[in-house]
Design a protein. Sequence first.
Length: 625
Amino acid sequence: MAPRQSFHRFCTTAMQDLLSNIVTRPLLAGATLFAAGFLSACGGGGAGESTATVAVASQAIGESAQAAGIVLVKSTTDAPNYAASAPTTSIDAHRFLSQATFGPSDSSVAEVKARTYGAWIDGQLVMPLSISHQQLATERNAATGGKHQFFYGFWQKALTSPDQLRQRMAFALSQIFVVSFADQCGASSGIGVASFYDTLTKNAFGSYRDLLQAVSLHPMMGCYLSHLRNQKADPVTGRVPDENYAREILQLFSIGLVQLNTDGTPKRDTAGKEIESYSQGDVSELARVFTGFSWDCPDYPADNCFKFWGTSTRAGFQDPWTIPMRGYPKFHDGGSKTILGRAITSQADPMATLKQALDIISTHPNVAPFISRQIIQRFVTSNPSRAYVSRVAAKFTSSGGNLGQTLKAALLDDEARNPTLAQGAAYGKVKEPILRYSNLLRAYAATSTSGNYLIGNTREAAYGLNQAPMFSPSVFNFYRPGYVAPGSKTGAVAMVAPELQIADETSMAGYISFLANTISTGAGNYGYDGRGSAPDVQFPFNLSASHPIRKLAENPSELAQHINTALFGGGMSTELRADLVEAMNSIDYRSRTNPTQAQIDSTFQRRVWTALTLAVASPEFLVQK
């Protein structure tokens, strides 16, 4: 059995049963049925888990799965040295690149097969950064850098940048350290959001401690979680420091709500209750740390610099959003503080206070399993074993919180690379919509007429992906890491499935429609700044009737095999392949009397469109193993 088939013991069968509906009916009608089956089997669209830590659901998986007779992933004690190993098959190379990049391509599969896994990762870790989003906006003369400029840059880098691992890590980190265009802060400065994303990209392989400081001092985060211009308490007016960032840096960015063992499971007291990792007192004390920070203004040290950033031009108006915040002692609470049981000495310098606080937070024992588990979830599998989390957390700790080495450990672990383990019923993850889309675009070498990949906002559920980069609805991301789909078969055995939180009937129908339109007509604006006669992003097979893929459509079996290789790495099931061939055979120019060459060409083109649409709508494509 191909590894791809086993994860959806609970939902694949229901989704595959609906493929015939998509084949024989108009696309959107079939998509509605597809979505209904997907949701009834897997669950989706809920509000979130009852607790913010994924460890609770993780611990329950073993008990519930055992009762259901499910064999969970178990790594061997004599795992191979994957760092020194090369993929032995195209399926292995494809699996690896599906985890580590925005999608495999012919050239990337050949590259990783010619090297060891470790050599490929090491090459990515030292590869120079590609052009920043700020630089892209500057080159395009986009002084104010609206959100669409960021989207264009995101897709250009996701589809073409050689530093794929860094780009994927930045995207993963953007779902942990969240700021969003959906908030008035993000909406007010596209350059600010782009700068924040550049900060994540720059620090993607560095130390967690450095990243935490860079995030804390970025004015976009300061605005989003309201510690920008936060002031010390005033007993006369009754003002107290804003606690928003203090709470979220603990709950979401570092240690979580409950104390954790090194394997990510919650610690419990003698009564069996989970032990809270911090108190309200810790939040209040930490809020005092984050006082006195504001824009690094050109008129410092004037007091009004804490509140305003001058009267520069519109382009200059954006500049303070890209520079780390400055500490202003006059507005800072310099008294002694205690957080997480450790003391911070009294001092007037806001930056010195902040550094002490971040040292305390970053060395808390929860950080390693809390961050490591989320890295595993974003790259490899939603339900890692406790041993897997423990091994990756150990690398986080031994490397001093080095994120690059932590990611390398996650990707080279036996539970990430062993194809036999990948057959486990609890193994794998639902691909989030952005990664499904980038996977398709990279696999079929989509090109940009303008060179700028003008794909705009894709967040609409009814006619987009229901997801756009840096556009999550709240600080809790698009979905929570511990989301357990209510009323589903996955939920019945306490399997977490984060990405299903944004899956519902509307979004699934919208996803299929959006990809079908991309496949047939292209995507993005009509030329740069709206000029042009066709969407900017196109597949080469739509640009020439003599394209090799169009020629393959003369023999549906050959085209199905090409799709199998490009999108599935050779792991497509025989059932899905048969569905594709049947659908293509139903489109036949020979049913016409004396068909013209144009009608013959149209037949082959529609076969390509139909087969690709069915492939990306299939449950096998939606699941990463």
